[in-house]
Each structure stands twice: as structure tokens, then as C-alpha cells.
Design a protein around this ligand. Structure first.
Ligand code: COI
Length: 357
């Protein structure tokens, strides 16, 4: 490892309301930072979290050349440090997102080492409670100052960490989701598969509308026919129809290749479930609901983990799923994944990166 480390002078620990932890509102003491200039990344260093000087000409503010990731470290139940869950997969996805918006790739082992060092140095910020974790947010952005639509020649990678509770205030309780048929998030040939700011900005208008109507999130349909299901934005979507686990395939390029999505599909196949990654339309889901075959729907994501969907509303039709209760399939995925993450269940896939401190 051997990163240069500059420690902060005053800890942020005491400013955190540990009894009312929420998602993404508190930050730990340090960041990992690396800079790209003259065609190469530097080796990276650890610095105090804090304000950063910025010029109004910062290209990312104008053209959104930025990507991010989200991953979590969990305090192990045996007291032996923390587990960083599937960090390698997130690091590789960061580079796939980078390529889609012309950001130079970052060395995967260096990023993993930087994140491990950050977890070590700020280990007191890893919450003790089950359901809580230390969220790591790597972000990479063009740091050049210029006007003109072109890729930056300078970049910054920053990893910050944030002690978090559930993403949804409802926790594991089922959420209500509105299917958008007038706004779209991504189109084939666009950047829907990248974790880039544009996709989230594109989701805000419909998201606010959904919130006003009492929904937690929006389910996005394909941008052309507005029929095939894409994803929720903060999570991928899965359906259990007549015993089969179905999720939109990644091939169309409008869906993020979720790490929790992959975890669920891997477990489901091992458990002998019938698993299908394919196009699934909102009409098929509506029909399955009408025929009593839609047993469960749930979202998967690092922040959301497993988020059961209790209601899906499409063109004014409220589809209540599993009586608004957590279904057995969602519960089993949640229990197994969190069990592995906290070190309660054998990690036979080597998904955890063990960080000792
Ligand atoms: C994550 O699941 O980590 C995400 O990045 C979703 C985010 C929009 C909170």
C-alpha cells in the first residue's frame, strides 16, 4: 500500500447522530484522492475530508463528465475487522462507466488498496448495528477548467465514506413504485449502463412527481416503445412469476450491471431456482398480476440491498404484490446476503475483502 497519509486535526465522529443514522448524510474523517494529469494517474493519497477549492469553469459542472460507485464495508460479527463486499466488482464497473464517458481507467488494485486503507483509518465510523454499514462512494470527474464540449485532460478520483442505515426510511418494508410512461431514463446506444450523473439527473423530475404522489421511486421503461422494463435507477428490479426469477437482461445497454443483482442471480441459480435474464414488459407483469402469478417483486442494489416492492402502479392501475408484505424469496436473499456481509454465513464465493484493523 504505502500511501501518503495526512490525518485530519479534528474528528467528525462526535457530530454524527449515531442513534438516528440515515443514508448518506454523514461523512467520515478522510478521503482517498488521486489525480490524473499529463496522461497518467498519480499513486493516490489519504487526506482529511473537507472543502475543496473549485473554479467556476470546472468542466464537470457544465458537461457532467463524472461517474461514481457505491459499495459497503460491514463490521464483522466476530470482531475481526470489516468485510468490504465485492469491491473488485465495483472497481471494474467503475472502469466500464469511465470508458462510456471518456474518462481514463483507474488501476483496480490501487483503488482496492486505497479503499482498504480508508476503512482502516476511519474504522471507528463503521456502525455496530446490523442493517448499518460504512458506505464507500468513489467518484471520478473531469477536473479541467474550460468551456467547450470535449473530454477533460485532467481528472480527480475521490473516495469518501459515510456511515449509513437503510436507503429507504421503510427499511425492509415493501415500497410503492410508480411506473413512468411519460419520462424515460435511458435509451439504447446511450449511457444507461454507466453509473454517470446524467442518468440520475434524468430521473429527478419523474422522481419528484412520484414522491408527491406517495411513491418511493420510479420504475423506468425502455425509451423507445415504453413497454420493456429497465430498472428503478437506485436499484435493479426482479420479479418472481410462477416460481421463476425474472430480471431485465443487460444486453440492451440501458440497465446498470448491479453487483447485488449479480449476487442474487448467483445465489438463485445455486439454490436451484429457475432464473431468466430477458426482456420483460410491463404488460407481462400486469398480466401475471391479473392471473395471480406475480408472487414477488423486489429491487436489488448496494444502497437498497433487497427492497421488496409492495405496490406497482402503471397507468392508474395499482398492483398490490404479496399483500404489501415481504415475500419469502426476498427475505431469503436479504438474510443470506447480509449474513455473508457481516460474516455470519460462510463466504464460499470469496465475495468479502477482509480488512483488519
Ligand atoms: C448504490 O446502490 O450504491 C447506488 O449508488 C444507488 C444510489 C443512487 C444511492
Amino acid at each position: 500500500m504505502g500511501f501518503k497519509i495526512t490525518k485530519n486535526k479534528k474528528t467528525r465522529y462526535d457530530s454524527i447522530d449515531w442513534n438516528n443514522l440515515r443514508f448518506g448524510v454523514y461523512f467520515s474523517d478522510h478521503i482517498f484522492i488521486s489525480r490524473y494529469k499529463d496522461g497518467k494517474w498519480d499513486g493516490g493519497e489519504i487526506m482529511p475530508y473537507g472543502e475543496m477549492p473549485m473554479e467556476p469553469g470546472l468542466c464537470t459542472l457544465h458537461y457532467g463528465q463524472t461517474i461514481f460507485e457505491g459499495l459497503k464495508a460491514f463490521r464483522r460479527v466476530d470482531g475481526k475487522g470489516a468485510n468490504l463486499f465485492r469491491g473488485d466488482m465495483n472497481a471494474k464497473r467503475l472502469n466500464r462507466s469511465a470508458s462510456l464517458v471518456c474518462i481514463p481507467n483507474y488501476d483496480v488494485p490501487t483503488l482496492i488498496d486505497g479503499m482498504k486503507e480508508l476503512i482502516k483509518i476511519d474504522n471507528k465510523f463503521i456502525p455496530n448495528q446490523k442493517g448499518q454499514s460504512l458506505y464507500l462512494r468513489p467518484v471520478v470527474f473531469g477536473s479541467g477548467n474550460f468551456l467547450g464540449v470535449t473530454a477533460s485532460s485532467e481528472y480527480m478520483l475521490i473516495v469518501m465514506t459515510s456511515p449509513v442505515a437503510s436507503y429507504y426510511a421503510a427499511g425492509l418494508n415493501p415500497v410503492k413504485i410508480m411506473v413512468s410512461d411519460d419520462h424515460v431514463r435511458a435509451v439504447k446506444g446511450g449511457v444507461g449502463a454507466a453509473k454517470t450523473a446524467a442518468n440520475y439527473a434524468a430521473s429527478l423530475y419523474a422522481g419528484m412527481d412520484a414522491h408527491k404522489k406517495g411513491f418511493s421511486q420510479v420504475l423506468w421503461l425502455d425509451g423507445v416503445n415504453r413497454k420493456d422494463i429497465d430498472e428503478v435507477g437506485a436499484m435493479n428490479i426482479m420479479f418472481v412469476i410462477d416460481g421463476e426469477l425474472i430480471t431485465p437482461s443487460l444486453e440492451k445497454g440501458t440497465v446498470l450491471a448491479g453487483v447485488t443483482r449479480d449476487t442474487v442471480l448467483t445465489l438463485a441459480r445455486e439454490w436451484g431456482m429457475k432464473v431468466t435474464e430477458r426482456n420483460i414488459s410491463i404488460d407481462e407483469v400486469t398480466e401475471a398480476h391479473k392471473n395471480g402469478k406475480l408472487q414477488e417483486a423486489f429491487g436489488t442494489g448496494t444502497a437498497a440491498v433487497i427492497s421488496p416492492v409492495g405496490q406497482l402502479t402503471y397507468k392508474g392501475n395499482d398492483m398490490i404484490i404479496n399483500d404489501m408484505k415481504i415475500g419469502p424469496v426476498s427475505q431469503k436473499f436479504y438474510d443470506t446476503i447480509t449474513g455473508i456481509q457481516y460474516g455470519e454465513i460462510d463466504d464460499k464465493h470469496n465475495w468479502n475483502i477482509h480488512v483488519t484493523f
